[in-house]
Design a protein around this ligand. Structure first.
Ligand code: F6R
Length: 614
């Protein structure tokens, strides 16, 4: 959460920073701000709300200058208002800082500074760090880079920061711990800094992903200097970005979310490309190959994640247990890490995360690692923190996901977990050859089937119109369709603000059935398979209480079609792969309902895409 962008060089910094902040707005949009140095004067522009508010606010101001820092905020300490917006200044106003993360011991540092007579303007932890940097400079006379290093030695918590001073107007000092930070090395001796590579890719493909407790000193025309927090000089590892600009644009769609929903035939295919072959009957995930034996011998596999990624893990649990007969437990990362879980070196912990930066998931992995477990990752963002701390892992290759509500990342996560389960099942001999071949062929056919579901968009839009004013909704499913129900409910509540709950269909009669009346839409995944007849009975129970049924059914279904208020057909596939298809209409339903309710689809209130705080 929070996005940071900075530039130093010969170009105008302000337009580069504003454009970059817009790309990072998915990380938070409570406020935005920019600080610039021009003619040895430091000037800040800050505004509550989105980057566009800031732009309007600064539209008549002189925003020239070739060094600057910018921030888009997801509030942690202090209300989302103009004062708490970043950049924050030091007491004299000579130094400015942007920060993503949390300074956990900010209060004790603040008390110390208050005792020295400082007065603070904001309620933020970040301002305290900026004052500390200035206090160190005052007391020791050291330069900016050294005072930042000394200040960070006193700090506990997570940070990605960029600092500049009007007294040293030709340099940016950047540092990170637990929050991401990328340095772009420009073609003209200039430097770009951002929370991820998306604001940078337009200008250069040469990047350095900073590591924990590294400090960078960036001066135009000079090589990037990198130090550890203990002041040991390091050699920056320069990587070539593979991302291109087109994938960061909306490409003709009204919203990123809609674009990303429609990208799923391609993103699922990209995810399994080169990793399976139906004719020769193999599945191979290069990243985890060396760990498969260990996975097969493990006491159990624990999957840790948050939100949508947690739902993908629940689907993974069904697949691993049913196909590979491996015991799997799925844990909320935030609960797991604080529960003193029993883990040892025979356990395998797999973290699933789109961003690869989710603080709780990262901390859960660190805990598992400290107890000797093997830690693996399933991430979308290449080079992310989780992908770097894990022993091994598989990328989902879904491409950048900009919409805050996760869509294509979910189906790509489920695809990777399916590939893992299949590969382990084949090695363990827990699936027959014919079943294995059949599953691979079915998986290969999924992108075309997803496309067919997407073609039902007009019907789904019509159904959305009927339920857009609902106050509540229930989502039901059984087996691996239960996590799909959870995911459908999460999508609806997060972007349309309608209260929605997902339940295993049979659990409905243990409580939620009391909620059902003629105003309650009930979305049911009722595809052909093991529990079909049972789900039909659950649908009857809802109908008997006048609830409205919107059912996801297999093409050609007659039984549910006869009793449901609306059906959305999906192509027939193997039962194990149903989540990949059944999720799509639920994503589209949420999307259309949110648009009809005039909600901000790509940036729902109070949310941020990359949750880098606990
Ligand atoms: C919901 C959503 C969130 C994320 C969760 C974990 O649409 O996007 O629930 O799934 O914050 O994020 P990652 O996958 O980046 O760890």
């Amino acid at each position: 959460m929070c996005g940071i962008v900075a530039y130093v060089g010969t170009k105008e910094a302000y337009p580069i920073i504003i454009k970059g902040l817009k790309r990072l707005e998915y990380r938070g949009y409570d406020s935005a701000g920019v600080a610039l140095i021009r003619n040895n004067e430091l000037q800040s522009f800050k505004k509550q709300g989105k980057v566009s508010n800031l732009e309007e606010f600064a539209s008549d101001a002189d925003t020239s200058g070739s060094i600057g820092i910018g921030h888009t905020r997801w509030a942690t300490h202090g209300a989302p208002n103009d004062t708490n917006a970043h950049p924050h200044g030091s007491e004299s106003g000579d130094i400015a800082i942007i920060h993503n993360g949390i300074i956990e011991n900010y209060d004790s540092i603040k008390q110390e500074l208050l005792r020295k007579g400082y007065t603070f303007k904001s309620d933020t932890d970040t301002e305290v760090l900026c004052y500390l940097i200035e206090d160190i400079q005052k007391n020791t006379g050291v330069k900016l880079g050294e005072s930042v290093r000394l200040a960070l030695q006193q700090v506990h918590g997570a940070y990605a920061i960029v600092v500049m001073s009007k007294n040293e107007p030709d340099k940016l000092i950047a540092a990170r711990k637990s929050s991401p930070l990328v340095v772009g090395i420009g073609h003209d001796g200039d430097f770009y800094l951002a929370s991820d590579a998306t604001p940078i890719v337009e200008y250069t493909k040469k990047v350095v992903y900073m590591e924990d407790e590294e400090i960078a000193l960036l001066r135009p025309g000079e090589d990037m200097k990198l130090y550890s927090i203990d002041d040991v000089e390091k050699t920056p590892y320069v990587q070539e970005l593979e991302m291109n600009l087109e994938v960061l644009e909306k490409g003709g769609y009204d919203h990123f979310m809609l674009k990303e929903i429609h990208e799923q035939p391609r993103s699922i295919e990209d995810c399994f490309r080169g990793r399976l072959n139906a004719t020769d009957a193999w599945v191979s995930l290069g990243g985890i190959k060396d760990y498969e034996q260990k996975m097969m011998n493990a006491n159990r596999i624990i999957m840790v994640a948050c939100g949508t990624s947690w739902h993908a893990c629940l689907v993974g649990e069904y697949l691993f247990e049913d196909l590979a007969r491996i015991n799997v437990e799925v844990e909320y990362a935030s609960e797991f890490r604080y529960r003193n879980p029993i883990i040892d070196e025979n356990d395998i912990v797999i973290a699933v995360s789109q961003s690869g930066e989710t603080a709780d998931t990262l901390a859960a992995l660190e805990l598992a690692k400290s107890k000797g477990a093997t830690i693996l990752g399933v991430c979308n963002v290449v080079g992310s923190s989780i992908s770097r701390i894990t022993d091994a892992g598989s990328y989902t290759h879904a491409g950048p996901e900009i919409g805050v509500a996760s869509t294509k990342a979910f189906t790509a996560q489920v695809t990777v977990l399916t590939l893992m389960a299949l590969s382990l099942a084949k090695k363990k001999g827990t699936v027959s050859d014919s079943k294995f071949r059949n599953l691979i062929s079915e998986l290969e056919a999924i992108p075309a089937k997803v496309q067919r579901v997407l073609e039902k968009n007009s019907k789904i839009e019509y159904i959305s119109e009927q339920y857009k004013d609902a106050d509540n909704a229930l989502y039901l499913g059984r087996g691996s369709s239960f996590p799909v129900a959870l995911e459908g409910a999460l999508k609806l509540k997060e972007i349309s603000y309608i209260h929605a709950e997902g339940y295993p269909a049979a659990e409905m009669k243990h409580g939620p059935i009391a909620l059902i009346d003629e105003a309650m839409p009930v979305f049911v995944i009722a595809t052909k398979g093991t529990s079909y007849e049972k789900v039909v009975s659950n649908i009857q129970e809802v109908k008997a209480r006048k609830g409205k049924i919107i059912a996801i059914v297999t093409e050609g279904d007659e039984q549910v079609t006869a009793i449901a208020d609306h059906v959305i057909e999906i192509p027939e596939t193997d039962e194990h792969l149903v989540p990949l298809l059944a999720t799509i209409p639920l994503q589209l339903l949420s999307y259309h309902i949110a648009v009809m309710r005039e909600c901000n689809v790509d940036q729902p209130r109070n949310l941020a895409k990359s949750v880098t705080v606990e």
